[in-house]
Design a protein around this ligand. Structure first.
Ligand SMILES: Cc1cc2nc3c(=O)[nH]c(=O)nc-3n(C[C@H](O)[C@H](O)[C@H](O)COP(=O)(O)OP(=O)(O)OC[C@H]3O[C@@H](n4cnc5c(N)ncnc54)[C@H](O)[C@@H]3O)c2cc1C
Ligand code: FES
Length: 274
């Protein structure tokens, strides 16, 4: 069971200017982007922003990105992204001082577990570690202990910078467990198999997950079997990011659809018709 926490604080979506403070490659096809923008004052862990990337007037769709850390007093937000197509490649060529606009904060983010005494398990696949880092910050602020499983295809894709930004937040006995599909670093195999090992050793009250849908489906199935509350941050192609285009449907167990951009991206995993 989960309860709203930051939900009530999540502000209405707006258009904000942003200025690039840093945009550096940190792993294979993986970049760390730090911006200065007033959106930092209102964004909550698990919410996302929709970026306009200059350079191609025919590319009218914005790029939805989650964030790993927001510093409200300084108006700084940090994102990690992977270059997959034209938009993210153009984003990777933005330089310090470049200016554009961002729509946000969009959607509904992570919620604190209802039982604050329970330990949490955070499970990411690939660049899903970025919003998981924001969840880690939220849990640390609330004094809730957690362990992290972060899976990657291969060692070259591990953003060590992001992991080193997360480590100081960990409780003394907590750990970030790294896994790679090809066994080139850490645990060899999928995050689901590593999760089966951890839940055999520890008791977890809640799981928060973000990554490829097939991975989150597997994590949600383990949670359903074990009776563990699970939140999943879903991903869809997005037209608008604020409920206007109907492009981002998530099918629900109860029937019908929810919109990923307004009702999500974070959902109670048991409500999703995987
Ligand atoms: C809520 C949300 C949060 C996200 N957060 C992050 C993040 O923190 N870091 C990150 O690297 N990526 C994130 N993404 C994914 C990111 O938005 C896409 O990778 C990006 O829009 C691709 O744009 P492009 O122009 O480079 O690629 P395109 O040329 O548009 O597409 C290249 C490939 O990516 C696929 N793709 C494009 N957009 C999406 C999308 N929205 N969801 C799934 N597949 C897509 C296409 O089907 C195609 O196979 C997020 C997506 C959503 C919906
Ligand atoms: S992206 Fe347009 S309704 Fe969700």
């Amino acid at each position: 069971m989960i309860a709203a926490n930051a939900q009530g604080l999540q502000g209405t979506v707006g258009l904000h200017e942003f200025c690039v403070l840093a945009n550096e490659q940190v792993a294979r096809d993986t970049f760390r982007l730090e911006i200065s923008s007033l959106v930092a004052k209102r964004i909550q862990p698990g919410q996302f922003m929709n970026f306009a990337v200059p350079g191609d007037p025919t590319h009218i769709l914005r790029i939805p990105l989650s964030f790993s850390h927001a510093d409200a007093p300084d108006s700084h937000v940090t994102m990690y992204y992977v270059t997959v197509g034209e938009g993210t490649k153009r984003l990777s060529s933005m330089r310090t001082g470049d200016i554009s606009t961002v729509v946000g904060p969009c959607g509904k983010g992570w919620r604190l577990p209802e039982d604050l005494s329970g330990r949490c398990l955070l499970v990411s696949g690939g660049i899903g570690l970025a919003p998981i880092a924001a969840a880690a910050g939220m849990l640390s602020d609330a004094g809730i202990a957690y362990d992290v499983i972060a899976g990657f295809q291969t060692a070259a894709r591990i953003p060590e910078r992001l992991i080193s930004e997360m480590e100081p937040l960990l409780a003394d006995d907590a750990k970030i467990h790294l896994a790679t599909d090809d066994g080139s670093y850490g645990f060899a195999g999928f995050t689901t198999r590593l999760m089966e090992q951890l839940i055999a050793e520890h008791s977890y009250g809640c799981v928060l997950t973000c990554g490829p849908e097939v991975m989150m489906h597997g994590i949600a199935a383990i949670c359903a079997r074990e009776g563990i509350a699970c939140q999943a941050s879903m991903e869809r192609m997005m037209g608008c990011g604020f409920g206007a285009c109907g492009a981002c449907n998530i099918p629900l167990v109860a029937g019908g659809y929810a919109s990923c951009c307004m009702d999500g991206p974070v959902f109670d995993a048991k409500e999703v018709a995987w």
